[in-house]
Design a protein around this ligand. Structure first.
Ligand code: FAD
Ligand code: 2HG
Ligand code: ZN
Length: 476
């Protein structure tokens, strides 16, 4: 490995290859601390050309490349495998790819380096009178490259779609070191496969994304944020449907269950949002759009919806931010009390009630079946797009029984085992629950075609048994 480190230092510069095991260990552990692996070094190239050279150097030594952005991913995709197959792993950090070009107001697009954080991108867009459509609580660390690689969603997906909907082009380095893509931002074009969209959600398994051309939106300030108590998720979806009938322009529609609200209040020292306690809470952010002149107009429309009497409506920025804290601080609040099992699922909105009705029993059975103590279940998420974050505390982090049971339950309700966090290392075994075998096989064929040696992010996204089968086939 000594030679590879030397070669990488020659490519990226001596200061940009870290090989001290203690330092490397920090990069090889994920945000949740549930997933950890080992790598020989961390390389931070400064340009696309250096990334191409670094990838070729790694390939020459048979070393694997683990692309890493802000390392805020929640499915173990940004860190090396726990068990090595004998090959060295190199973490390729995009932290030096921070170039941010001026916003083009005519196309409403901007070009950003893969290492630009979402918060910086949002500020940059705002300074030009525009907004970036993806926002998430990890905004200060999550990067353009990482959010593209995971097709991140976030709080405004109901309005602007996930990251996929913002990508107008990108530049990426494939496993053989070739550079593909375009930053022209053309929205008209039919020249074969859309490589940029293929790389969205590819989780570092097909290429390292180095730059992206991103669509920006006209500014849509929030006119109001409300929190309404409900009797649970089914009631919350009904209430949301009524609100959408009278106010179509929602920026966000989020759900928090009573356990999540109690925890975030406890950890963050927040007062109750509503006068009475409820089983669940619906948080809605309403866009100030041209058709509705002032906040009173929104309040009049909301009067027709039959909101609970203790609904809280915030109309000024500080009060809106205060209501958002109940939702935005849940992940960090959960992290203060243990290492949760995080199961990010999508379920068709009409089936959310039935899914949640089954959830507690499924979690309890899975946990007791594995000899664990009483689980602590917290459910919240992006209700407007049917994306729930099921967090379970109690079972040993290494015991994946409860994770699998929840993933199966989501699939049995017509849902998906991953909504916005990706498959990573955490969910490879469950991909087939909600994807056709032929779909997984087609994805695997693409992986094999673009990365025949399995250089990029091995063990991420693809079910191990399929990798095994293919490996056997190739050997034969
Ligand atoms: P990393 O964690 O570094 O990497 C994630 C994956 O992308 C890995 O597979 C990695 O190999 C790959 N990757 C990274 N950069 C590149 C690149 N340049 N080229 C190719 N592959 C690359 N996610 C949501 O979707 N919605 C949310 O609302 C949300 N909220 C969060 C809140 C908190 C508090 C936290 C901690 C996380 C949250 N996340 C959320 C998860 C996380 O922020 C996202 O998955 C984000 O997209 C990861 O970006 P990153 O730069 O940190 O990527
Ligand atoms: C969110 O929506 C994130 O807050 C994190 O996607 C979800 O902590 C989680 O499970
Ligand atoms: Zn989320």
């Amino acid at each position: 490995m000594g030679n590879l480190v030397a070669d990488l230092r020659a490519i990226a510069g001596p200061a940009h290859v870290l090989a001290d095991p203690d330092v490397v260990a920090g990069y090889a552990t994920d945000w949740t601390r549930r997933y950890t692996g080992s790598a020989s070094c961390v390389v931070s190239p400064g340009t696309t050309a250096q990334i191409a050279e670094a990838i070729q150097a790694c390939a020459g030594y048979g070393a694997r490349v683990i692309p890493q952005g802000g390392n805020t991913g929640l499915v173990g995709g940004s860190i090396p495998p726990a068990q090595s197959d004998g090959a060295d792993c190199v973490i390729l950090s995009t932290k030096r790819l921070t170039a941010l070009c001026p916003v083009d107001p005519r196309s409403r697009q901007v070009t950003a380096g893969a290492g630009v954080t979402i918060a910086r991108l949002a500020d940059h867009a705002a300074a030009a009178g525009l907004r970036y459509g993806v926002d998430l609580a990890s905004r200060d660390s999550a990067t353009v490259g990482g959010t593209i690689a995971t097709n991140a969603g976030g709080i405004h997906t109901i309005r602007y779609g996930p990251t996929r909907s913002q990508v107008a082009g990108l530049i990426a380095v494939l496993a053989d070191g070739s550079v593909v893509g375009s930053l022209s931002g053309l929205t008209a074009g039919s020249t074969g496969f859309d490589l940029a969209q293929l790389l969205v959600g590819s989780e570092g398994t097909l290429a390292v994304i180095t730059e992206a051309r991103l669509a920006l939106r006209p500014p849509e300030p929030a006119a109001a944020v409300l929190i309404a108590g409900t009797t649970g998720i089914a009631a919350a979806t009904e209430l949301l449907a009524h609100i959408r009938e009278v106010i179509p322009d929602l920026l966000a529609a989020e759900y928090i269950d009573a356990a999540g609200l109690a925890l975030v209040r406890d950890v963050a020292g927040l007062a109750p949002p509503t006068a009475d306690p409820h089983e669940g809470y619906l948080l809605v952010e309403i866009a100030a759009t041209a058709g509705v002149p002032d906040p009173d107009a929104y309040l009049q429309r909301l009067d027709t919806v039959g909101l609970p009497a203790d609904t809280v409506v915030a109309l000024d920025a500080n009060a809106m931010a205060a209501l958002w804290s109940y939702r935005e601080r849940i992940t960090e609040a959960i992290a203060t009390i243990g290492m949760p099992h995080k199961i990010d699922v999508a379920v068709p909105i009409p089936a959310l009630g039935a899914f949640c009705a089954d959830l507690e029993g499924v979690v309890r059975d899975a946990v007791h079946g594995h000899g664990n103590s009483e689980p602590r279940l917290i459910v919240f998420g992006h209700l407007g797009v049917g994306n729930l974050h099921v967090n379970v505390l109690g079972p040993d982090p290494a015991d994946t029984g409860v994770d699998e049971a929840v993933a199966r339950l989501a699939a049995s309700h017509g849902g998906s085992v991953a909504a916005e966090h990706g498959i990573g290392r955490a969910k490879t075994g469950w991909l087939a629950f909600s994807s056709l075998a032929a779909d997984v096989d087609a994805m695997r064929s693409i992986k094999t075609a673009l990365d025949p040696a399995g250089l990029l992010n091995p063990g991420v996204l693809f079910p191990p048994e399929i990798q095994q089968q293919r490996a056997t086939t190739r050997t034969v």
